[in-house]
Design a protein around this ligand. Structure first.
Ligand code: PEP
Ligand code: MN
Length: 366
């Protein structure tokens, strides 16, 4: 798609400043439990969150797209009455996940003003289109579109485009990471370049990050949230529970309202990426040029490495050996992880990098 087309889509939506309650410079915060479990639970969390202020939307799932069949599948329609109660009692706008036109209709009957499209729905253009059609006459509904579960930018863009074409004017993109078969530090791989590319194409669509579903574990939520805000994302969609360990879904990744406050407070002390101080601009360009040089060196080394890989490939062919040699592969990764440890370089980075190089090396040798 050409940038002109993106510009046209950008023009059709409203700027977030027109529909947010708090200061545009503050992160846009969507917070609440993974799932609605009881009315008391929702009211407790919402009142704790509202005390800390700054929450634009209170979230709680009632229809849960759970992977496991025998797990809690969500409380269903009655949860909407509880959410409306939160809206009335605590004064927070509320949102839930919709995964079908039926869900949308039930939300509309209950006068819900914000919905989110989950990552397992964004992957399905027919379903997204059906949901967008059912929202056609409700242009003011806030629609949060999560990235698809697989790392495909076009699917995410396609889903956003379907909502814009249906006339919706308040759209928020949510980066929640991408499923990866291999076990990594996080539950879902962030692939930061994907949301940042989306932001380049749709500067008017607020991009927020869901650090809970990326991290998968409480201890990592803060670092992911901080990184997102440092990448200039507009805010966070974050799972908050009054008793996270006992949550009926995603207990490992939910944090308490107090922990959310701590993250938001620490953000205030971060250097702003939007307005680098003028006296540090020079230093910034100096370090950037250093990075450019280092990357150039890396590319030169990669070119050297590729030439040797090809030579090894020829020997393997002559000896009738397959390109992939599992023992050598494992030894190489282990050795590089050891170097990484000694040099205080992130072990997962080195593991990911060399696993990828090995996969490309196999392509070179067959
Ligand atoms: C959620 O936000 O509770 C959820 C199920 O999200 P995702 O679609 O990102 O997995
Ligand atoms: Mn969840």
């Amino acid at each position: 798609m050409k940038q002109n087309r993106y510009n046209e889509l950008n023009r059709k939506i409203k700027g977030i400043e027109t529909y947010r309650k708090y200061d545009i410079d503050k992160p846009y915060i969507v917070a609440g439990p993974c799932s609605a479990e009881s009315e008391a639970q929702l009211l407790t969390i919402a009142s704790q969150l509202s005390e800390s202020g700054n929450i634009e939307i209170f979230r709680a799932g009632i229809w849960k797209p759970r992977t496991g069949v025998n797990t809690f599948q969500g409380i269903g329609e009655k949860g909407l009455k509880w959410l409306k109660h939160v809206e009335k009692e605590i004064g927070l706008m509320v949102a839930t996940e919709v995964a079908s036109p039926d869900h949308v209709n039930i939300c509309l009957q209950n006068d819900i003003k914000a919905v989110w499209i989950g990552s397992r729905t964004t992957v399905n253009p027919l379903l997204v289109q059906a949901i967008a059609n059912s929202l056609k006459n409700h242009k003011e509904m806030i629609v949060l579109v999560k990235n698809p579960i697989c790392p495909q930018l076009d699917l995410w863009i396609g889903a956003i485009e379907r909502f814009i074409n249906a006339g919706l004017v308040k759209i928020i993109a949510v980066h929640r990471g991408f499923h990866c078969y291999h076990q990594t530090r996080y539950r879902n791989q962030p692939f930061w370049e994907i949301p940042l590319e989306l932001k380049k194409k749709f500067p008017k669509i607020p991009l927020i990050c869901d650090p809970s579903h990326i991290a998968g574990r409480r201890v990592y939520v803060s670092e992911v949230a901080t990184k997102a805000l440092n990448c200039n994302m507009a805010g966070l969609m974050i799972e908050v529970h009054n008793n996270p360990q006992r949550a009926l879904s995603d207990p490992q990744q939910q944090i308490t309202p107090a922990a959310l406050q701590k993250i938001l407070r620490s953000h205030k002390t971060l250097p702003s990426v939007r307005r680098p101080l003028s006296n540090s601009s020079q230093l910034l360009s100096y370090y950037r040029s250093k990075i450019d040089n280092i990357d150039l060196e890396l590319i030169l080394l990669l070119s050297k490495r590729t030439r040797i890989i090809k030579k090894i490939g020829n020997i393997k062919k002559r000896k009738n050996l397959s390109a992939y040699q599992p023992d050598r592969f494992d030894d190489m990764i282990k050795m590089r992880e050891l170097y990484a440890f000694k040099l205080e370089v992130n072990k997962s980075l080195v593991n990911d990098l060399f696993s990828m190089l090995q996969m490309y090396a196999i392509d070179e040798q067959i």
